[in-house]
Design a protein around this ligand. Structure first.
Ligand code: DON
Length: 595
């Protein structure tokens, strides 16, 4: 097994690349062409990541059309909040295999007034969900939690984006939504990424007529790159949302139609579940690293807590002067410990006690003492640790029952980091007829049964078991870095559990090694998630660094290039915005032909 099959259950590197990570399209102009030929020949007028003239703002997304929507929002007098919303809604049209209004998200934002906020728009399990809902004959059914009606959690993106806008957007909800509605209506040429994903996911999409109607041609084949994809139903949904606000989604026609479809198709989400959906405005997880203040997303994301935990273990080490092998050794060892803790402790902290001690400096010191400076620890001997006050001090109030990353910034000091997802490609594959909206399969992020790996090979325990209105554990890690109260960096990623380790390495490479931003993201990555006991690496295995790691006892497995990180930094008053270089490179790759 390698990182490919681990994360997606498919085998080749190219397949993993096309199916699992946020990929971007070749560049297209905003001027939409209707014929296939013209669509393929139009040239870019904007790229994936853009800095506005005069460093008035910046944006990075995985799709030039989404980046362009953000730039247009700035041009209309919007700020980074409006730009982020415009990009997020556009991604739901042009990158709908990854995200959309049928999914969920986490937002970390720094407002112009200096406040750092964290909005939890993660899906919630419906009222009828229960711990063993995916067990059949005592065994966890991998299919049910991933595809079809039961896989769907109550979507949170709409409410969370709306609330972000209320926090300081300069435009109206209508203004940030309508360009995406128009794009859905006019259509856009399908890019290599979407075509590849479609080709790979087609068999699972086949049973869903409304999904096929959008993404398949008249002969029943998935649409090819270059075909102009028009989504009139989605356009109508966006227009209704623009006109009536989130009520249309949670208490109106959308909730009603979805509930009806669920009732007819073995689902359990009803209109009452939609009405009970709520976001949570959380305290961002704060840690210090090399004099920087790092803010991340707390449970139900595991990202913020474990990035803080790993940075704490690394803080004070001479990372900048280590050899590559020494640095990777430390990175791998801190990853193992964090993921061992993740599997045991992490879940929705509104439902289970998640110890705050996990991110404490003392706990990091205790864990660091277990790391040998030059030899790999035996991973099977690493179990979860025991953070201080593990029985008394928790994130939030105990039992208080109640993958794309995009980022924007502006000169007024608004910075927005949003990681949003349907979970795996095209989520549950369900489009509720007439809505054009793909629904997530976030229920797979719960633990279906202790020790049974999810789509990303992640195992977990009771803390992440299913319960009504609970949120499944996530790895999404929108992150913001401040120095002396001023924002200097933001980043986040896609790629399941590698999100956490991508963000860690982006931070270390930029903040500790002082690499230029693009290089910081492009440096070969490693990933260890405790189980399985493998270091997934982009390093050439025959190279010096890999050999040195092997000599230390690390079990290296060559992974194709992996990751999907977007980042913005501000240095000497100048923004720099970067979209994952691997995404841009991969997108040049040939299209996978179907049949
Ligand atoms: O929340 C999570 O951790 C996952 N649902 C994220 C999914 C993801 O990153 C898919 N991309 N490869």
């Amino acid at each position: 097994m390698n990182i490919v099959s681990l994360f997606c259950g498919i085998r080749s590197r190219l397949l993993w690349v096309s199916a699992c990570v946020l990929l971007a399209s070749p560049v297209f102009s905003a001027e939409l062409k209707t014929s296939k030929e013209k669509a393929l020949t139009v040239q870019a007028n904007l790229g994936y990541a853009t800095v506005l003239p005069g460093h008035k703002g910046a944006v990075a997304t995985v799709q030039p059309l989404a980046t362009e929507a953000a730039v247009n929002a700035f041009a209309k007098g919007g700020n980074a909040i409006d730009a982020a919303l415009a990009a997020a809604f556009t991604l739901g049209v042009v990158d709908s295999h990854n995200s959309g209004i049928g999914g969920g998200l986490f937002i970390v934002a720094r407002l112009a007034n200096g406040k750092v906020i964290a909005i939890d728009g993660r899906e919630m399990a419906p009222a009828k969900a229960h711990r063993d809902m995916f067990l059949r004959d005592g065994k966890a059914s991998k299919a049910l939690s991933k595809t079809g009606a039961l896989a769907v959690g109550i979507p949170g993106s709409v409410q969370a984006l709306y609330e972000l806008q209320q926090k300081g957007g300069a435009l109206t909800f209508d203004q940030v939504l309508m360009p995406a509605a128009k794009l859905a209506e006019a259509g856009f040429p399908i890019d290599n990424t979407l075509a590849n994903r479609l080709a790979r996911t087609a068999d699972k999409m086949q049973p869903f007529e409304a999904t096929k109607k959008i993404f398949f041609d008249k002969k029943g084949q998935p649409l090819q790159a270059g075909t102009v994809l028009k989504q009139p139903d989605l356009a109508r949904s966006y227009r209704s949302l623009a006109k009536h606000g989130p009520n249309w989604f949670y208490r109106g026609e959308f909730a009603k139609q979805t509930a009806q479809w669920m009732a007819r198709n073995g689902g359990i989400i009803d209109a009452n579940d939609f009405a009970r959906y709520h976001t949570v405005h959380r305290e961002p997880v704060h840690s210090r690293f090399m004099g920087y203040d790092v803010y991340g997303f707390g449970p139900p994301s595991s990202g913020g807590a474990h990035i803080a935990q790993m940075l704490n273990m690394l803080d004070g080490l001479p990372i900048g002067t280590m050899t590559d092998a020494e640095r990777y050794h430390w990175l791998i060892e801190v990853m193992k410990r964090a993921f061992a803790d993740r599997a045991h402790w992490l879940g929705d902290a509104d439902f289970v006690p998640v110890p705050k001690g996990l991110i404490g400096a003392d706990y990091a010191k205790t864990l660091r003492k277990t790391i040998h400076p030059s030899n790999a620890s035996e991973t099977q001997k690493i179990t979860h640790g025991m953070p201080p006050k593990a029985a008394s001090d928790f994130f939030y109030k105990q039992l208080n029952k109640h993958t794309t990353h995009l980022t924007t910034a502006d000169a007024k000091g608004n910075w927005v980091a949003i990681t949003t997802t349907l979970n795996t490609s095209f989520g549950s594959k369900v489009v509720v007829p007439g809505t054009g909206v793909l629904l997530n399969n976030q229920m797979d992020d719960f633990v279906a049964a202790p020790g049974v790996p999810n789509a990303f090979g992640l195992v977990g325990g009771e803390a992440n078991s299913i319960a009504p209105f609970k949120r499944p554990l996530s790895s999404m890690s929108p992150t913001l870095v401040l120095k002396n109260n001023q924002p200097v960096m933001t980043l986040g990623a896609a790629g399941g559990p590698t999100i956490i380790t991508q963000v860690l390495q982006g931070l270390v490479n930029y903040l500790a090694l002082n690499k230029p931003l693009e290089q910081a993201l492009d440096t070969p990555r490693v990933h260890h998630q405790w189980q399985p006991d493998w270091v997934f690496t982009e390093l050439p295995l025959e190279g010096k660094t890999a050999k040195a790691l092997d000599a230390k006892g690390h079990k290296l497995r060559k992974a194709g290039d992996f990751g999907g990180t977007q980042a913005i930094v501000l240095k000497n008053g100048q923004f720099e915005a970067v979209t994952e270089p691997r995404i841009i490179r991969r997108n040049q790759k040939p299209i996978i032909k179907v049949n």
